[in-house]
Design a protein around this ligand. Structure first.
Ligand code: FES
Length: 210
């Protein structure tokens, strides 16, 4: 039903290990606001705008993430947290941004055309070759860690009015990296595709990330 989720999970953890240092660097840059859309105020507004569709969970029980934010849980608690996101309100062609382990996660409800473009990308044109089918559990749902693999900016393209770059996915304006509708790097200095986090669909509309 979900393709081969165990493969995706294993791949995600491998990837996570491979890029642990990079993501740590990304966190540092986001905190200092050194690049692009990493200003804390702006990011927080973005997250709050989509909170009605998100359940945050730390340990047992589900609460909205602003409540978690106000409670200011210990850093080690956040590091272990998973979130559950209700996708039922995300229409085809829309994307949302949620916060997970201190990082943005992009969730796009892909259109048929976006799926076809992702699947049709020639392997020899990919900077970081990877099949679209290895990056999604359900073709219509693309879930990515929203941190540019170059130097850690948050790429544009999730908001309806944001530019999506030359490949109709995401665009990182910091140094000009273009990602496609599978979140793969297609042009610019970023060396790797946007990371696919570990996630599990709990039912047709709810996904647990982490
Ligand atoms: S940080 Fe994204 S292109 Fe440099």
């Amino acid at each position: 039903m979900f393709g081969e989720p165990h493969l995706l999970r294993n791949r995600s953890w491998d990837w996570h290990s491979k890029k642990a240092r990079r993501m740590a660097e990304s966190d540092s840059m986001a905190t200092t606001g050194g690049h692009g859309e990493t200003g804390e105020g702006e990011s927080r507004r973005d997250f709050i705008q989509i909170v009605t569709g998100v359940f945050g969970a730390v340990g047992v029980g589900a609460v909205a993430w602003p409540f978690i934010d106000q409670m200011n849980p210990a850093a080690d608690t956040l590091a272990l947290a998973s979130i559950e996101v209700d996708l039922s309100a995300v229409e085809e062609g829309q994307a949302i941004k949620v916060k997970w382990r201190g990082k943005p996660v992009f969730i796009r409800h892909r259109t048929k055309a976006e799926i076809e473009a992702a699947e049709a990308a020639p392997a020899d044109e990919l900077i970081d070759p990877e099949k679209d089918s290895d990056r999604v559990q359900k073709p219509q749902w693309l879930i990515l860690v929203g941190v540019c693999t170059h130097l850690g900016c948050i790429p544009l393209g999730t908001g309806a009015s944001e530019t999506r770059g030359d490949f109709n996915g995401w665009f990182c304006p910091c140094h000009g990296s273009h990602y496609d509708t599978s979140g793969r790097i297609r042009k610019g200095p970023a060396p790797e595709n946007l990371e696919v986090p570990q996630y599990t669909f709990l039912d047709d509309n709810v996904v647990r990330i982490g």
